[in-house]
Design a protein around this ligand. Structure first.
Ligand SMILES: NC(=[NH2+])NCCC[C@H](N)C(=O)O
Ligand SMILES: [Mn+2]
Ligand SMILES: [Mn+2]
Length: 325
């Protein structure tokens, strides 16, 4: 039991971690990201969190929870691939994360591809509005901006669109195509901060500019250093705002995390990634964490897959305060 003594400002049960394992790959075309959570759990992540960090683990760590939701037919819609499946899975996930967050637990979600942030962010946003009457902020750590609208996306992969849906830049009337996302589940665009960007589509750059979205690219990390970047990111969010950290493992350089679907060179070092998580932990404002896009089947070597899983575990532990003295 050495849980860090940072006081948690927004959790009513700071000793409890609400875990959801989402073995889901329908937001992108590569198989294998669905076993991400199993790989993280088998490597000991949750037992370490329980035995070494002293959290009580509550929730669903069975990774095939969502298999029953896959429809027999799921044709493209507005250019999106697997839209019914991704929508249904996220609808259920939103309820689950909502439950954890509204009962005052820190919600930890292990992905799965990044489309699952549609459910995690909307579930957290709704719970925190209801319980504390506040808007959440999201720190999105990623090589990519994941804010394509269906019409703006070149790929049609929904893991490149979650932020368009949760902010309301993209909407659909039809319940079964994300129409279930109500206003009280949305993220305010002014409360979104990116770190680590280096592969942003032209369409997305336009969205970032038009909406004045706060973003720290790898250029900014190089220019200011990660310490200063985190100061500026947290200043933008404000000192008294619940934070949802959504960490795509591809934010890290492929040297530390090669096993991921859309790797991009020139990324964060493992220490920079860990530092981001530590700095967020120290605010005492963390209410939810996603770790996504760990795909153990994609590395050229088994060592590469293990490195990626290890890096993912390290990020989560740092966000829980493990490495701070
Ligand atoms: N979560 C991710 N790894 N997203 C990658 C997105 C890549 C590209 N921008 C797309 O829309 O398809
Ligand atoms: Mn990414
Ligand atoms: Mn992503």
């Amino acid at each position: 039991m050495n849980r860090s003594t940072v006081e948690s400002r927004f959790l009513s049960k700071p000793e409890e971690l609400g875990v959801t394992a989402v073995g889901f790959s329908g937001g992108q075309p590569k198989a294998g990201v669905d076993v991400g959570p199993a790989a993280l759990i088998e490597s000991g992540l949750l037992t370490e969190i329980r035995d070494e960090l002293g959290y009580k683990i509550v929730g669903d760590t069975a990774v095939n929870l969502y298999k029953d939701l896959v429809p027999t037919e799921d044709p493209d819609y507005r250019g999106m691939k697997n839209p019914l499946t991704v929508s249904a899975v996220n609808r259920r996930l939103a309820d689950q994360v909502y439950k954890h967050a509204s009962e005052g637990r820190l919600a930890l979600t292990l992905g799965g591809d990044h489309s699952i942030a549609i459910g995690t962010v909307s579930g957290t946003a709704r719970a925190i509005r209801e319980r504390l009457n506040r808007e959440i902020a999201v720190i999105w750590v990623d090589a990519h901006a994941d804010i394509n609208t269906p019409e703006g996306s070149d790929s049609g992969n929904i893991h490149g669109m979650p932020l368009a849906f949760v902010t309301g830049l993209a909407k659909d009337e039809r319940e079964e195509y994300f129409g279930w996302l109500r206003d009280d589940m949305r993220l305010n665009l002014r409360k979104l901060v990116y770190i680590g960007l280096r592969d942003v589509d032209a369409h997305e750059k336009q969205i970032l500019r038009d909406n004045g979205i706060k973003a720290f690219s790898m250029f900014d990390v190089d220019r200011h250093g990660i310490g200063r970047v985190m100061e500026m990111a947290l200043a933008h969010i404000g000192a008294d705002t619940p934070i949802h950290l959504s960490f795509d493992v591809d934010a890290l350089d492929p040297m530390w995390a090669p096993s991921t679907g859309t790797p991009v060179r020139g990324g964060l070092t493992l220490r920079e990634g860990d530092y981001i998580c530590e700095a967020v932990h120290l605010t005492g404002q963390l209410v939810a964490i996603d770790l996504v896009e760990v795909n153990p089947s994609l590395a050229a070597t088994e060592a590469g897959a293990n490195e990626t899983v290890r890096a993912g575990c390290s990020l989560v532990r740092c966000a829980l305060g493990d490495t701070l003295l």
